[in-house]
Design a protein around this ligand. Structure first.
Ligand SMILES: *Cc1c(COP(=O)(O)O)cnc(C)c1O
Length: 453
């Protein structure tokens, strides 16, 4: 192992120098991928020097998500203390299903879950679990709701028409999960949004009422804290009023921006969160831990147990259910995703998490200011969002983003809202500074002059 630890440090340092010297790796055309890199698996072993050279080549060509030119999708950067925790988790290699196998790592996971429940104002009987990503956190939420309102489904399967509700601009995992849980995509109702992309509670009420009249069983509403494209926040309090009126589960999908709970300045965006039945947040998005680190909490842990526990004598041989995390998990063997968030949180404190969140809004404000001051740009997004959506001159967003990528200038994506296409930059990497944001715009401007796009 000692040799490979040394090799690891060498490769990690190579990666860091690569991402400084060449922040956007030259993309390899998919047609040339298997010619350019020897990815083939052969019968014979590879000699060490070749192995190292090949790893370096792979590192060179792999997109650099921690560079100052990565604004593509909802993660980025490399926070050292969180990365340290993840590296340790790999070395320790525990499975989180039992206390016997994970020991104090169980306490680390539980501490994070309880602290988050406490911060959002959930009652004593709240608890949660970690998932392999936000889509899977949403999956567990809708599963708990299905089993709460229709407990016989677990054994007998679905017999009645259950319906669920989410805004027209929410994450695609909601529809996918509706098919996973046997309710079906056709039973997902898309709720209208206002011109900022926020769910209209009136339309929610209307659609639930109509479904009840037609003999459906509404059971679940998904609200979003930070919609995937615009970064909009659905109004939790008014949505909760409707959920209470019709007795349906309210989940808040905070995969993208749920981390505003750590900010005294921005937590008003999720006002009413204490009233939800479940809440999920991806620490690998705003909090900047390595992928993946997704958390699901629910106000009553009984629903977690009802939907997720199975007796397994071969597995649960010691300790109580509160310490055997496999009883409240989607998976059996499960990687330790908690340690990286714990090492980060422990070293910077809750105030440090707040600073991480606030800095991203500060960078977004700076980007919006820049756009508003420059007549060649048109802004499409709103305050209180870390998605900054815009067009430059009359250039197609798709064309611009693709050319910037192919020419190794910037990694940035495009999006669409109510028929309008635009560039979507996200200021989610809290390690960036103001200069990096200004450089982003300068790079676009210089690029457009130098090409005839
Ligand atoms: C990213 C995102 C998800 C999915 O999270 P993954 O970790 O990518 O599975 C779900 N909902 C929203 C709003 C997101 O932005």
């Amino acid at each position: 192992m000692q040799n490979d630890l040394k090799l690891f440090i060498e490769l990690a340092e190579f990666l860091i120098s690569e991402e400084q010297n060449k922040p956007v790796a030259a993309p390899i055309d998919t047609k040339a991928l298997y010619q350019k890199l020897n990815l083939q698996l052969e019968d014979e072993a590879t000699i060490d020097s070749e192995f190292k050279a090949l790893l370096k080549n792979i590192i060179k060509s792999t997109p650099k998500t921690a560079s100052t030119s990565f604004f593509n999708q909802l993660f980025g950067g490399r926070i050292d203390r969180a990365t340290l925790g993840d590296l340790l988790a790999v070395m320790l290699n525990n499975s989180m299903y039992t206390y016997k196998v994970a020991g104090p790592q169980v306490g680390i996971e539980k501490t994070i879950l309880h602290k988050i429940c406490n911060i959002i104002g959930y009652p004593e009987e709240a608890d949660g679990t970690f998932a392999p990503g936000g889509s899977m956190s949403n999956y567990m939420a809708v599963l708990m709701a299905r089993d709460k309102y229709n407990p016989s489904v677990r054994n007998e399967g679905i017999t009645n028409k259950m319906t669920l509700y989410t805004s027209e601009v929410s994450h695609y995992s909601i529809a996918k999960n509706a098919s996973f849980i046997g309710v079906g995509r056709q039973q997902v109702r898309a709720i209208k949004t206002n011109d900022r992309g926020e769910m209209l509670a009136e339309d929610l009420d209307l659609q639930i009422t109509r479904d009840i009249q037609q003999g459906f069983q509404p059971f679940f509403v998904n609200a979003t804290a930070g919609t995937t494209v615009l970064g909009a926040f659905d109004p939790v309090k008014s949505i909760h009023e409707i959920c209470k009126k019709h007795d349906v589960w309210l989940h808040l999908d905070g995969a993208y921006c749920g981390a505003v709970i750590f900010s005294n300045t921005y937590k008003h965006l999720v006002e009413g969160i204490a009233l939800t039945d479940s809440f999920s947040v991806n620490a690998h998005k705003m909090l900047g831990t390595p992928l993946s680190c997704s958390i699901l909490v629910t106000r009553n842990k009984a629903y977690l147990h009802q939907s997720l526990s199975n007796e397994a004598e071969y597995l649960y041989q010691t300790d109580s259910d509160d310490f055997n995390l496999g009883k409240t998990s989607l998976q059996c063997g499960r990687r330790n995703d908690a340690l990286k968030l714990w090492t980060l949180w422990k070293s910077v404190g809750t105030n440090g998490l707040e600073a991480i969140v606030d800095h991203q809004f500060k960078l977004a404000n700076l980007a919006r200011d820049y756009i508003n001051k420059h007549p060649d740009y048109t802004l499409f997004s709103f305050d209180d969002s870390i998605s900054v959506c815009f067009n430059y001159k009359t250039i197609s967003a798709k064309k611009l983003c693709t050319a910037l990528y192919e020419e190794s200038k910037l990694m940035v994506g495009f999006g669409n809202f109510k028929g309008q296409d635009f560039v979507r930059m996200v200021t989610i990497n809290s390690l960036l500074n103001e200069e990096d944001i200004l450089n982003f715009f300068k790079t676009i401007e210089k690029f457009v002059i130098s090409t005839d796009i």
